[in-house]
Ligand binder design. Structure first.
Ligand code: C2E
Ligand code: CA
Ligand code: CA
Length: 783
């Protein structure tokens, strides 16, 4: 705050304010003061009329008149003049000079009269002198420069007069006078400081009031929050427009309404009532509000007011914020994190969280069953009919599954075409029935955009049993059961059994061994002859892979090709087979063909064509001698890309055979999708050709279809002469089977070499594959 009239430290605006107020305040009492001075002057002049010459009286009155008029004039100035700082300072200076003039008159006047005064008059002069000094402090209290000048000048005048008088009383009077003047002098400053301090404080209060007002205005204008006040009963008072608008109620109707009546939830109403009744402040209590049928979320903060004030008795003031948008966004994020966007079913995350919680709380007697299922050949549906249809199918499946689930079950989509159902309590006991219904319901046709889609589903079921300690184990068991359902031919239910775990471990070991074998010389190619039925001549050989493992012995392809497929190792392995088979064939008679089996993962490998082209070039084998055997599964997956690759290969002069025809997802449609050179009729039909009429009928129609399409037919797995006879009658072109020879190592054959060629030893060399995709999708397992 101010100290001793030191306004220089204040901001310019405050200094101006003080100046303005100094001048204004000075003007207020000036008339009375001037009037009092005139009365004083008249009395003094009258009392000393005879003791002073007339000229002095006239001079006295003239000066008085001049000073009084100018004082009145100066006091009026602020009302009309331009209140610039310079002007105000100038005016203040003039007021000070005017005061000094007055003081001079009084000081000199009284001093002169002292010398001629009678003892009685002396007393009067003393009163006037002292009075003049002290009243100045009052009348010029707002302009300390003027009051100080006045005090000093009067004091000096009186001192001079007293000195002239001389005598001990005069000296004593001087001492008293000087002390008196000093006190007044100091007080002039104090009075002014108080005045200025009050002004500055008032100014600050005004300023902060303005700031608060601005803030409140801002706040009111903010769309999401508003202020409210209520009485001691929590009845709303003076409801603002924003509040009424947010609550979608008329403002008048809301005044007097209880705040809690807006709140839906009973617990929140109770909580707020407690706070209001006890006058406790509360912050950001989130409540749900029903606004025109919509649920909204508000946070309410409030505190009791100090004064129960105004006609409405405001006892509580607070702020409400509408956080509905924020709440909705949070809910959406949480929904997206826990639900699948396509089917609206809980997703893997929500499923595993719930499963973990369930297993965490499980008691030894509780029952929990986990059903895992996965659509059969979903990828083929996606590839052939397009993703939009695949998506619709998943949605329709989700709706059918929802009908099977009961309250308390948890149905989730945990990935692509994989779903899971968690059953607890008594429902867990019915897991077998539920799993059966899943197969049944999903097996019913789906009609999507004029496509009649029939999709199977493989289901694995595992039940929680006491030694299991975590959810992962249950998940793993259900997965193993699912895997087993697929292995057993899909579209069925399998329950987890102890052995499955062992089988999974065994498979894992096989995978590790197979990976290790890639660096060693453990693979061999055996060759099985193909016979022309008409001439009974060997026309070529099919290369069949054997794995000579130091401990496992000879491992047959059925036991490791699937693993190589799933892990992607087949690409490297297959490239070796291609090079080795062509190198071998290069040493055979040039009439003999060589057939190589290709698996789906190999087909997808970007390096397949270049591997074949390079192997043909380096071996010098005519592409016309090479036959590539593929199965229908290749046409079911990524069919367009695979068909393009097949065309590329066929354009090189290589022949393409459709292997194992009649098994798996056979469809005559596949014969139309690519111009195969040969169909190999699976041995399951051949083995029963002489005993089952339906097998013979199938063989007959396949052969006639192939003939119409200009394709050769080979019957596989021929073991007996009577089968050969039947096949000849049906018009089959070629046969292959144990009757003519098993797959043997090259060394066993003596009739392969053309006279001028020797068999070079080709050591197993694995070149790194250009692309080794790691496939974990079990659906690619050969059906
Ligand atoms: P596949 O292509 O159908 O090969 C014919 C399978 O039937 C061979 O079994 C063969 O030994 C067997 N076989 C031939 N004649 C008869 C018979 O008269 N009676 C019986 N019971 N079986 C007969 P293998 O060698 O065990 O091969 C099994 C499958 O492994 C093959 O079936 C083929 O799909 C796959 N495979 C073999 N080598 C390769 C390869 O190099 N690459 C790929 N991708 N797959 C291969
Ligand atoms: Ca084959
Ligand atoms: Ca075959």
């Amino acid at each position: 705050m101010l100290d001793d009239n030191n306004t220089g430290e204040l901001p310019q605006s405050d200094q101006d304010l003080i100046l303005r107020e100094q001048l204004a305040e000075h003007g207020k009492s000036v008339r009375v003061t001037v009037f009092a001075n005139i009365v004083n002057a008249v009395i003094l002049s009258a009392l000393f009329f005879d003791q002073a010459p007339l000229a002095m009286h006239i001079l006295w009155y003239a000066m008085f008149a001049y000073l009084s008029i100018s004082r009145l004039h100066l006091a009026e100035q602020p009302k009309t003049m331009d209140l610039s700082r310079a002007n105000m300072l100038k005016l203040k200076k003039r007021i000070t000079f005017n005061a000094a003039g007055y003081a001079h008159m009084w000081g000199t006047g009284v001093a002169c009269l002292l010398s001629v005064a009678t003892p009685n008059q002396l007393m009067l002069l003393a009163i006037i002198g002292a009075g003049k000094m002290s009243t100045a402090v009052v009348s010029y209290r707002h302009i300390p420069e003027a009051s100080r000048a006045w005090t000093l000048i009067v004091c000096v005048g009186l001192t001079a007069g007293l000195l002239y008088l001389g005598g001990i009383e005069s000296y004593a009077a001087i001492a008293l006078l000087v002390m008196f003047a000093a006190v007044l002098y100091v007080n002039c400053g104090n009075i002014f400081d108080n005045f200025a301090n009050q002004l500055v404080a008032g100014q600050e209060i005004r300023r902060s009031a303005e700031t608060v007002k601005l803030l409140l205005n801002d706040f009111e204008e903010q769309a999401s929050s508003w202020l409210f006040s209520a009485d001691a009963d929590g009845r709303l008072v003076d409801v603002c427009d924003r509040f009424a608008e947010a609550a979608q109620q008329p403002r008048e109707a809301m005044n007097g309404m209880k705040l809690i009546s807006l709140i839906k939830d009973e617990d929140h109403r109770q909580l707020l009532t407690d706070h209001i009744v006890n006058g406790r402040p509360f912050r950001e209590i989130t409540v749900s509000i029903d606004v025109g049928g919509d649920q909204q979320w508000w946070t309410i903060s409030a505190r009791a007011t100090d004064e129960v004030s105004g006609p409405e008795n405001v006892a509580l003031r607070g702020v409400i914020e509408d956080i509905t948008a924020q709440k909705n966004a949070e809910a959406k994020v949480s929904y997206m994190a826990h639900f699948d966007g396509l089917t609206d079913l809980p997703n893997r995350r929500l499923f595993t969280e719930t499963l973990n919680r369930t297993i965490h709380r499980v008691e030894p007697d509780d029952q929990v069953s986990l059903i895992f299922f996965d659509l059969d050949h979903f990828k083929a549906i996606n590839d052939t009919l397009g993703h939009p249809i695949g998506d619709k199918l998943l949605q329709m499946i989700a709706r059918r599954l929802e009908k099977l689930a009961k309250p308390g079950d948890l149905l989730a989509r945990i990935g692509g075409d994989e779903f899971a159902l968690l059953l607890t309590g008594a429902r867990a006991d019915c897991a077998d029935v539920v799993a059966g219904s899943i197969v049944e319901k999903i097996g019913e046709p789906f009609l999507i955009d004029d496509h009649n889609i029939v999709s199977g589903v493989s289901v694995g079921v595992a039940a929680w049993a006491p030694p299991m300690d975590d959810a992962n184990q249950l998940l793993k068991y259900a997965d193993l059961a699912l895997y087993s359902a697929k292995g057993a031919g899909r579209n069925r239910v399998a329950f987890f059994e102890e052995g499955m775990d062992v089988a999974a471990k065994a498979r894992r070991n096989l995978e590790l061994d197979l990976r290790a074998s890639l660096g060693r010389d453990e693979m061999r190619l055996h060759y099985q002859p193909l016979i022309d039925l008409k001439t009974q001549n060997k026309i070529g050989y099919e290369a069949l892979l054997r794995w000579k493992h130091p401990e496992r012995g000879v491992v047959m392809p059925d036991d490791f090709i699937a693993v190589a497929e799933e892990t992607g190792m087949i690409v490297q392995l297959g490239e070796w087979v291609i090079r080795k088979a062509l190198d071998d064939a290069a040493n055979w008679d040039e009439q003999l063909t060589v057939a190589i089996n290709l698996s789906p993962t190999q087909m997808r490998s970007a390096s397949l064509v270049s591997t074949i082209v390079n192997a043909l070039a380096s071996s010098g084998v005519d592409p016309g001698r090479l036959e590539l055997e593929i199965t229908e599964s290749i046409l079911m997956q990524d069919s367009q890309a695979n068909i393009r690759t097949l065309h590329t290969l066929r354009n090189l002069g290589i022949r393409i055979s459709l292997d194992d025809f009649g098994t798996g997802y056979s469809s005559l449609n596949y014969l139309r999708s690519f111009p195969f050179d040969k169909i190999k009729i699976d041995r399951c039909f051949v083995s029963e050709i002489d005993t089952r009429e339906d097998c013979r009928a199938i063989i007959r129609s396949v052969i006639s279809l192939a003939q119409n399409l200009g394709m050769t037919t080979t019957a596989e797995g021929v073991e007996r002469e009577d089968q050969v006879e039947e096949l000849r009658l049906e018009g089959c072109d070629q046969v292959q089977g144990f009757l003519y020879g098993k797959a043997e190592a090259l060394e066993e054959y003596t009739d392969l070499r053309s006279s001028d060629k020797t068999i070079p030893h080709v050591k197993t060399v694995y070149l790194p594959a250009a692309e080794v995709p790691v496939i974990t999708d079990r659906r690619r397992k050969k059906a």
